[in-house]
Design a protein around this ligand. Structure first.
Ligand code: ADP
Ligand code: MN
Ligand code: MN
Ligand code: MN
Length: 362
């Protein structure tokens, strides 16, 4: 790690003294919300007199919202509570929706619309599982752990050798912190490129997956802060470096998971094939621009412009996993969402196209 990378970590031993001070029976609740970029999170902490038993016990709270150079006020509405893996029990993390001064969801509050759609498709029991890839950087702006003499452009495939495994502490610490918090993390893996990692969340029914993924992202940023590294969800943070980051969306309905489910998976894929451009518009926070850099048809990525699907192949838009095909039921995997996607927009599009039968332009 570079000297620069050590700076913001401060001295954790010194901090330990303050954390060990008795502070009475108060409860620290850290409010987390998606900011005006739709891509990044903000937080602030409120001290409650007693431990809340659920979101209903956590008060709404105002926050400032910088828009076009002006500071407005917005309302934070708690929607899902987790245990706090940083301040520990009884402290909480709480994910919030953001409403404007007229109590209307702000433009980056995609959860609100998504929740309505999830309500409409409730009878299908839609499950989602997301695979969040991220890339680690040092605070010097270099890919984390990469020897400076080794050009990022020449990096080949990476497997287990010690000198190429950069950042495992982040991956394992993040996983443990998610488990403590109650985030439904279900796996982790290093990717084929140094300092590129993945964790998976799910399966969750409906809107819950978006809440769990956003809180998992928050926890990732906090863990990285403690280690003095930076995780980016940019799908291609260095144009010349190999390796891109996605957020594959796995999706199923009760029918798909049951006997004869494969035919329902194939029907969903037929519907998806007719709305490729509509999906790509909402699969990254910049209307498709980020995915245009990522989905170049090169090195295991599919085409930004054309839809493709296959069984047990990974250079396609949508894949039927091999084990699903063999069993004849299960789920499909949409490989197009970028790592920085808003999961609420992704699962909403999947539900609208596959379950509500929405066709054509939106
Ligand atoms: P890959 O082989 O694409 O790397 P992973 O093992 O990384 O797959 O991720 C699989 C994802 O699929 C996980 O997020 C998991 O929660 C999700 N998943 C598993 N079963 C289902 C299902 N029936 N419906 C939706 N998602 C599912
Ligand atoms: Mn995976
Ligand atoms: Mn992966
Ligand atoms: Mn995948």
């Amino acid at each position: 790690m570079s000297v620069l990378s050590e700076r913001p970590g401060f001295n954790k031993a010194a901090r330990q003294h303050y954390l060990s001070l008795a502070k009475g029976s108060v409860c620290l609740v850290t409010y987390i919300w998606i900011d005006i970029t739709g891509e990044y999170l903000q937080c602030k902490t409120k001290i409650l007199d007693t431990e809340p038993s659920g979101v209903k016990d956590i008060p709404e709270w105002d926050a400032s919202w910088l828009r076009d150079g002006r500071v407005n006020e917005v309302l934070l509405v708690p929607v899902r509570m987790f245990r706090d893996p940083f301040n520990l029990d009884p402290n909480k993390l709480v994910l919030c929706e953001v409403l404007d001064s007229n109590c209307v969801p702000t433009e980056t509050n995609q959860r609100s619309q998504c929740a309505k759609v999830m309500e409409q498709v409730r009878q299908f029991h839609p499950w989602f599982g997301l695979e969040q890839e991220y890339r680690l950087f040092g605070l010097d702006g270099q890919l984390f752990g990469w020897p400076p003499q080794e050009s990022s452009a020449t990096q080949g495939y990476c497997s287990e050798p010690t000198n190429r495994m950069y950042g495992r502490d982040i991956c394992t610490s993040h996983c443990n912190a998610c488990l403590y918090a109650g985030v439904k993390i279900c796996g982790t893996n290093p990717e084929g490129k140094p300092s590129l990692w993945e964790f998976q969340v799910g399966p969750c029914e409906g809107i819950e997956i978006g809440d769990h993924l956003w809180v998992a992202r928050y926890i990732l940023q906090r863990v990285c802060e403690d280690f003095g590294v930076v995780a980016t969800l940019d799908p291609k943070p260095i144009a010349t470096a190999r390796g891109t980051s996605g957020c594959h969306a796995n999706f199923s309905t009760e029918e798909m998971r049951s006997e004869g489910g494969l035919q329902h998976i194939e029907e969903a894929i037929r519907r998806l094939s007719k709305r490729h451009s509509q999906h790509l518009r909402v699969y990254d926070p910049h209307g498709g621009k980020d995915n245009q850099r990522r989905l170049t048809s090169q090195r295991c990525t599919s085409s930004f412009f054309d839809f493709s699907a296959a069984t047990a192949q990974r250079n396609v838009s949508v894949r039927i996993p091999g084990h699903v095909s063999r069993k004849g039921r299960g789920y499909l995997e949409d490989r197009r969402p970028a790592a920085n996607c808003d999961p609420y927009a992704v699962i909403r599009a999947l539900a609208e196209t596959c379950l509500l039968g929405i066709t054509g332009e939106d």
